[in-house]
Design a protein around this ligand. Structure first.
Ligand code: ATP
Ligand code: MG
Length: 564
């Protein structure tokens, strides 16, 4: 590709609104442009890199025995109603109507479509197991699209689905995919971890997320410093054992706490510790208002609330809902003397609080010396809080530490959730109908590309690992107005191309500084710089990663790169 004709609009300056390095570099290197919030065009350079990632994913899927296919983005609402996700998916599901008023979803994932295909075609145990995948555009109306293609509303995903006769079969398919994912992310030169994750209220049991370690990651990984335990903090169980202090239990008393609506304000005002406070938050749990209590130094974990209460939807109640139910704004909510219709669920840590402090359900007032069980009733105790650094590891070995991560892949045992909902059964060896046992496996291909850049760049631009680089070699005629330089550059370009290499040739009549800056930004691993010594047939070979420059004859350089 000649750079003079290549559509690669590089930028000198950091575009405003791009907060993270991969987003900045993808814009600056002319890889992509934004069309709307969370919606991007991949320009030729970006597309080439994306295709490289896609190819590695494809090869590993094929090797694992999955078969590539292609399903539509437009999916009939009926399928989503059959699975129950037309409602459950909520506002993230993009919906549309055709000219006849029929409803459709723009696929955020394809369990419904593939299950219906398999349901209609697979009859017998002899046709199982099967594993199919596609690499396709997905649509999700994310609440907060951000960080470029890391969280888009239209993005490229590889989604794979396995169909087995039984759970043992699923375990095997899952292991096969788990290994394939390890291969993919290793080949992409990513520093990653597979961590236990949230399987949702109605999903199957096992699920792992593949996390690229990165400070800008939106997920936090809780790992043990004393074992190989690693889990998303969304689900990492807390099994700390709490003991009550022996102090004398005092009588509950109301205290005036003007404008102290947060834990920090209350502890500052009453000169006490957060661990003595009982944080009370009202949630809408599948339409039932429920008070959740955690200790003041802990955070409510909504996913755990969902799991513990077997709910589908958990949302913090609005200020109006809180006022209507408790007669107070959220900062002063508490469990004392509330309506017995209101369920109260508390984290285990709350049970051990002695002489606690909680909101008095009255603006600017708290109760102190509160004793759980004596002064208020708890419907049930459970694990409702997010794990913290310093907590004991749930496997009993070591202490919990945190790292940030970007979720690039997700493997998931679905079990029979979709096959039962959509009636996908097969006849087993005994001739009886049984639901097909499924797994689902996703990789965010465009997100992964951004994650690669997060981990492979320097202050001058992208530093592509060889297998993902959009071009193999960048030939630069430093002064393209000099006939010998242009000619020798072109010559090398042609020879490398004939040898099957993908080459970008900078033949533009630009200043050397501009060319070098662009080359650094674009980050192709090997650069051949044709400059002043072109007349002698001497060029410079520069390694983008190390910065090392060697002078070689043009023929030596070509021989080295083509392996001839
Ligand atoms: P997240 O928690 O980041 O929203 P998710 O759990 O919704 O991810 P899955 O439904 O498991 O994601 O989708 C499979 C993969 O698709 C994810 O592992 C991720 O790499 C990618 N992905 C999900 N949402 C987006 C998005 N909005 N933009 C880009 N990639 C995404
Ligand atoms: Mg999501």
């Amino acid at each position: 590709m000649k750079q003079s004709t290549f559509f690669v609009p590089t930028l000198r300056d950091t575009p405003s609104g791009a907060d993270i390095i991969s987003h900045q570099l993808m814009l600056r290197a002319g890889m992509m442009r934004q069309n709307a919030a969370g919606v991007y065009s991949f320009l030729p350079l970006g597309w080439k890199a994306l295709r490289k990632v896609e190819q590695i994913v494809r090869e590993e899927m094929d090797k694992a025995g999955a078969q590539e296919m292609f399903m539509p983005s437009i999916q009939p609402a009926e399928l989503w109603k059959e699975s129950g996700r037309w409602e459950a998916y909520g506002e993230e599901l993009m919906r549309l109507k055709d000219r006849h008023g029929r409803e459709f979803a723009l696929g955020p994932t394809h369990e419904e479509v593939i299950t219906s295909l398999v349901r209609d075609e697979v009859r017998s145990y002899k046709e199982l197991p099967k594993m199919m995948y596609q690499i396709q555009t997905k649509f999700r109306d994310e609440r907060r699209p951000r960080f470029g293609v890391l969280r888009g509303r239209e993005f490229l995903m590889k989604d794979c689905y396995s169909f087995d006769r039984d759970f043992e079969g699923l375990d095997q398919s899952y292991m096969t995919m788990y290994e394939a994912y390890n291969n993919v992310f290793q080949r992409l030169h990513l520093n990653f971890r597979a961590v236990k994750a949230d399987s949702g209220a109605m999903g199957g049991k096992d699920t792992h997320e593949f996390m690229v370690l990165s400070d800008i990651g939106e997920d936090t990984i809780a790992y043990s410093d004393g074992s190989d335990f690693a889990a998303n903090i969304e689900i990492a169980p807390v099994n700390t054992v709490y003991s009550q202090s022996g102090e004398a239990r005092e009588e509950m008393a109301k205290v005036h706490t003007p404008a102290a609506g947060s834990i920090d304000e209350v502890t500052a005002f009453l000169q006490t510790e957060a661990s003595r406070c009982i944080k009370s938050m009202l949630f809408d749990v599948d339409g039932t208002l429920t008070l959740i209590l955690v200790r003041g130094d802990h955070d409510v974990n909504e996913i755990k609330v969902k799991h513990e209460l077997h709910a589908e939807h958990v949302e913090l109640a609005s200020e109006e809902q809180t006022k209507a139910a408790l007669g107070t704004p959220p900062g002063f909510a508490g469990p004392v003397s509330i309506s017995s219709d209101l369920p109260v669920h508390a984290d285990h840590a709350v049970e051990a609080v002695v002489n606690g402090i909680c909101g008095a359900n009255e603006q600017d007032y708290h109760f102190q010396h509160v004793q759980p069980g004596r002064d208020f009733t708890v419907t049930a105790y459970g694990d409702f809080r997010t794990i913290q650094e310093g907590d004991p590891s749930p496997d009993g070995k070591g202490t919990i530490r945190f790292k940030e991560g970007i979720e690039v892949g997700h493997v998931f045992k679905l079990g029979t959730k979709y096959s039962e909902a959509l009636g996908a059964t097969y006849l087993n060896e005994q001739g009886r109908a049984a639901p097909i046992v499924m797994g689902s496996y996703g990789i965010g291909v465009s997100r992964t590309l951004a994650a690669v850049i997060e981990q492979h760049h320097d202050e001058n631009g992208i530093v592509w690992p060889e297998d993902i680089a959009p071009f193999d070699v960048h030939v630069i005629a430093i002064n393209a107005k000099q006939e010998e330089q242009l000619k020798l550059g072109e010559d090398i370009y042609e020879q490398l191309r004939r040898a099957g290499l993908d080459v970008l040739f900078d033949d533009r009549p630009e200043r050397a500084g501009v060319k070098f800056k662009d080359a650094d930004l674009i980050g192709i691993p090997v650069r051949i710089q044709v400059g002043k010594r072109a007349a002698e047939g001497i060029v410079e070979v520069k390694n983008r990663r190390t910065g090392e420059v060697r002078e070689l004859s043009a023929s030596e350089a070509v021989a080295e790169l083509t392996g001839k």
